[in-house]
Design a protein around this ligand. Structure first.
Ligand code: CMP
Length: 139
């Protein structure tokens, strides 16, 4: 049990064949994978997912990038899930990410930064619901 966060393994990490290594780090850190799928976003769906960033200068590039190849989407469960997962993945910009974090190990750039992690419990629920119906996840 515990609470939940949402993650995506982004196109750079998927294409590099790092999905399994990243999922292993996630499980070893104590997260349970309670929903998961491989999929690919259209630019429109990426735009919808990242709508909170639509006024940011990187938005258009981000939507193109996130629809450039397959991704893995997953809901993760652990006590203190949102904060613990953000610590596991490290800073958005891999140049600033701590040693041993997923982004430090696997990210290519601030945009192609290997993984997404929700920034709040509220957004974790919204983002999980964007990808998964009730029948597609552990209740
Ligand atoms: P993510 O945590 O998924 O949330 C927004 C994404 O925008 C971020 O990871 C990066 O992939 C991307 N991005 C690109 N440039 C920036 C930037 N300057 N600041 C924050 N996020 C950026």
């Amino acid at each position: 049990a515990g609470n939940r966060t949402f993650t995506m393994i982004k196109p750079d990490a998927f294409e590099a064949g790092n999905s399994g290594a990243i999922l292993k780090m996630i499980e070893e850190a104590g997260f349970k994978i309670v929903a998961m799928k491989a999929t690919r976003l259209t630019p429109e769906l990426a735009g919808k997912f990242y709508e909170v960033h639509k006024e940011r200068p990187f938005y258009k590039d981000l939507c193109a990038y996130m629809s450039s190849g397959p991704i893995i989407a997953a809901i993760l469960e652990k006590d203190n899930a949102v904060e613990d997962f953000r610590n596991l993945i490290g800073a958005t910009n891999p140049a600033n990410a701590a040693e041993g974090t997923i982004r430090k190990i696997f990210a290519k750039s601030i945009e192609a930064n290997a993984v997404h992690g929700s920034d709040s419990d509220e957004n974790a629920a919204i983002e999980g619901n964007f990808y998964f119906s009730q029948l597609e996840r552990v209740l």
